[in-house]
Design a protein around this ligand. Sequence first.
Ligand code: APR
Length: 167
Amino acid sequence: MPAIEVVLGDITAEDVDAIVTAANESLLGCGGVDGAIHRAAGPRLARAGGALAPCDAGDAVATPAFDLDPPVRHVIHTVGPVWEGGGHGEADTLASCYRRSLAVADEVGARSVAFPAIATGVYGFPPEQAATIAISTISATPTQVERVRLVAFDEATYQLLTTAAQG
Ligand code: APR
């Protein structure tokens, strides 16, 4: 089981092998954390992502990190569920985002991975439930990844992730 750290900050500044972006199925980049990562990685990220699209909700694919500073070598694009009230399998889809992202990290040999709070922004997933899903899924997924950093962009998300990580 990977060591899980909860931090407050900007995921584009993380010193890990791979950072995960909360994408949409086009993998072309848009707003939120996806926009920040695409701005930092440069236009080649959208070209590489677009070549692999569409990416289903709950799935994940890896591309190079292009202009992102070392040691980041990979961007793992995952597509979260749009929150529709909780009765459409949203929780399972979000869990799949974390599970598939770890599987893709294993495929590319990444040993340290940073995640944003997937689906809790534009997609409207309740952040407290999302934090519990993130911690429980990462803790239960067999992986070679040794270090996972959950990067909160605001204090409220940081507190929720910290509480969830403390079990
Ligand atoms: N670093 C870390 N976290 C960030 C950053 C950043 N630079 N910028 C935003 N976040 C946080 C948000 O505060 C939120 O907690 O990432 C979390 C996910 O929010 P979104 O980026 O809105 O992602 P999501 O809710 O999954 O919606 C995805 O938004 O940008 C589009 O293309 C994307 O269509 C897709 C949708």
